[in-house]
Write a protein that binds this ligand. Structure first.
Ligand code: NAP
Length: 340
């Protein structure tokens, strides 16, 4: 058995292609004193990884060319010379796209043994759940009776943000890219209405779905969806700039037509945020998300792609809209049941 890794072969221009990624094999390493050897079970693919493929200054450093791509993952400790971990322990944290990886313990932590399924640690009770929680509640600050529109609504962040807005007594409208996604939002998650931005006339559909205008816009996508939403914002509306996936593969940022006159007329406030801005409150967020998830108040779906070799294509699936809920890659089964 050999180790395998997926490296960033070159920086993509536009949408990444097969030449962005390079598969390499090597021997499985032995842990040294203070290290653990982790067998990767699950890897999360996330839109922000596209930004890390560019050589630009951002809130996370770029992936170095020739090094493994990294992201959130879950793994099983298979050998340990680290005092905090034993073989069989499940860990989560920042992992390289490798079948096996060494860690000195920094950036990983045990998976909560009560969490079911464990993959919730990568989604609703993990980074994307926290993004929805702090973005909606702290940046958007929705009040009961207000209308909240969520773009990218059937994805990992959007589906949680919309449900949290419902729990806060709001009218919630989701925008997503297929009728199946709209059905999921309205029939399974309790959204009041859904708009398929690929087939509906966005501006008239938004007017119909939001008869009292829009008070809070939770934006995951940007682009033409956001342009249409901004026209329907109420005075003093809040725009939560969570992500702009429609722009991530653009070779040059789009400029104009500029909508800032609307911000003046309607006294709008748009605020960008990064989930790590709230790092000191992660325990609170995770506790509440876990309780809602466990009680069934907060529903979540996962889209699972099987096989390490399918990681690059799974990642590209985010830009095709392949996923409902959190998009995950299953790399391997655990070799033994997780210890409580
Ligand atoms: N600020 C933060 O700290 C933070 C943290 C996590 C994530 N984010 C951002 O939040 C957003 C959602 O992330 P996620 O992990 O939950 O991903 P996700 O929504 O689960 O997956 C991405 C979805 O975006 C939609 N999409 C792709 N291209 C699009 C386009 N051109 N126009 C409109 N929609 C498009 C697709 O759904 P459709 O079928 O609906 O098109 C796709 O399923 C991303 O922008 C991400 O960068 C921000």
């Amino acid at each position: 058995m050999q180790n395998q890794a997926i490296l960033l072969a070159k920086r993509p221009v536009g949408l990444p292609g097969p030449d962005t990624f390079q598969f390499v094999s090597s021997d499985i390493p032995e842990p040294r004193e203070g290290q653990v050897l982790i067998r990767t079970l699950w890897l999360s693919v996330d839109p922000y990884m596209r930004g890390r493929m560019n050589d630009v200054k951002s809130y996370t450093p770029p992936f170095p060319v020739g090094e493994p791509i990294r992201g959130g993952g879950i793994g099983e400790v298979v050998a340990s010379r680290h005092p905090a971990y034993r073989p069989g322990d499940l860990i989560t944290g920042d992992l390289p796209w490798q079948l096996y990886a060494l860690s000195d313990g920094r950036g990983i932590r045990p998976v909560d043994p009560n969490l079911r399924p464990v993959t919730a640690a990568l989604g609703v009770v993990g980074m994307t759940g926290l993004t929805a929680y702090f973005g909606l509640l702290e940046v958007g600050r929705p009040k009961p009776g207000e209308t909240v529109v969520v773009s990218g609504a059937a994805g990992a962040v959007g589906s949680v943000a919309g449900q949290l807005a419902k729990m806060n007594g709001c009218r919630v409208v989701g925008v997503a890219g297929s009728n199946e996604k709209i059905r999921y939002l309205t029939e399974e998650l309790g959204f009041d209405a859904g708009i398929n931005y690929k087939t509906d006339d966005l501006r008239s559909a938004l007017r119909d779905a939001c008869p009292n205008g829009i008070d809070v816009y939770f934006d995951n996508v940007g682009g033409p969806v956001t342009d249409a939403v901004l026209f329907q914002m109420n005075d003093f509306g809040r725009i939560v700039l969570c992500g702009q996936i429609a722009a991530y593969n653009l070779e040059r940022p789009e400029v104009g037509p500029r909508l800032f006159p609307l911000f003046v007329m309607r006294r709008l406030c748009a605020q960008g945020f990064i989930v790590s801005d709230f790092a000191r409150r992660f325990d609170e967020g995770l506790r509440r998300l876990a309780a809602w998830h466990q009680s069934g108040r907060l529903k979540c779906r996962e889209t699972v792609v099987e096989g390490f070799e399918r990681l690059p294509d799974a990642f590209l699936g985010l830009f095709r809209g392949d996923n409902i809920g959190k998009l995950l890659v299953k790399v391997a089964e655990p070799s033994q049941p997780a210890r409580a």
